[in-house]
Design a binder for this molecule. Sequence first.
Ligand code: PLP
Length: 380
Amino acid sequence: MNVRLFKPSVGEEELQMIREAFERSWIGLGPNVSQFEAEWEKFTGCAQAVAVNSATAALHLALAVFRFPEGKKVLVPSLTFAATATAALYNRLQPVFVDSDPVTLGIDLEDLERKWDPDCVAVMPVHYAGHPVPMDELVPWARARGLKIVEDCAHTAGAIYKGKMLGLWGDIGCFSFEEKKLMTTGDGGMMVTNDPELFREVKAMRWVGIDKDNWKTAQSYVTANRDAMHWFYEIAVLGYKYNMNDLAAAVGLAQLKKLPAMNRRRSQIIRRYLNGLRRLPGVQPLLPFEPERYCYQMFGIRADRRDELMIHLKSLGIATGCHYTPLSLQPLFAPWGHNCPYIEEEHKRFITLPLHADLTDEEVDYVLEGIEAFCQAYVA
Ligand SMILES: *Cc1c(COP(=O)(O)O)cnc(C)c1O
């Protein structure tokens, strides 16, 4: 058997949407992108959504829009994908790495307090694996210090924490549609906000600073219009080429329809893993998963003999990973690193196990049996 770690779940529905975009012969920034944004607004309940070509771009823009003075500091968890912290570097800001909560692995609120100083301008909580950061505690803490809040929601999509959608607790929420995420557009991302001012700026910044939809402009070329200035636009802000295109949005529209069902399937799989793991000594679930309540992009365990177990699973055709090597250990971040003692040690016990919407019960049981065989050999 060959069990994949992550796998996008795509099929005829996505192909049909791409076909329609081809027939319209509009595949750049166009009507699909607008429709996808409108559907995402409905799905999350946010006032406004802006589609971009990755969550990395979203995180870059989310900090850029505030125009912080160069050299100011941004609080980011050490346990995250590089993009959370490179967003600070892209903006000539300094990342300040914060350790993980030992239980949830989210940004540790006590270390956050220790690391904060008056040069900090923003905090970027990551809902690691999909498990919520206690935003009801983090938000008032950050507001009291005048910090902007950018939520990295790359591992969640559609989960509600204490009555409010994750992504809407801070100033801007950033979602990822990279192929390993809860839903995909190949590559893509979405920014959500309830602040109309931020929305207008971000929308211009994702399209080279042009505050105008070019497919609407194109339509005005041919409508009866006595104004010869239909082509005119102004560039008032420094923008980037970060827009989503209509092919990606075509896939996104089909994926969004399937997202609730895909999330339910992921939850079932996690419940099956959790039930199976209860009888196994020597391994524990990575964090206190609540699959009936939240959406999880990753599932994993903590194991004492991590590397041996990984090699054993590999020999059975089971793909595994480790998410992540803490950023405070990465060479790029050395000037700001080596200051998160808990996670810099604990991540050595992490194994990410296969999780995707098409994973079968038989595959999950096969993974569990593989772990069980290892545990028995180890205990014997
Ligand atoms: C995947 C990921 C990103 C970046 O998303 P892209 O869409 O691939 O740019 C950012 N943060 C986290 C936590 C991620 O897992």
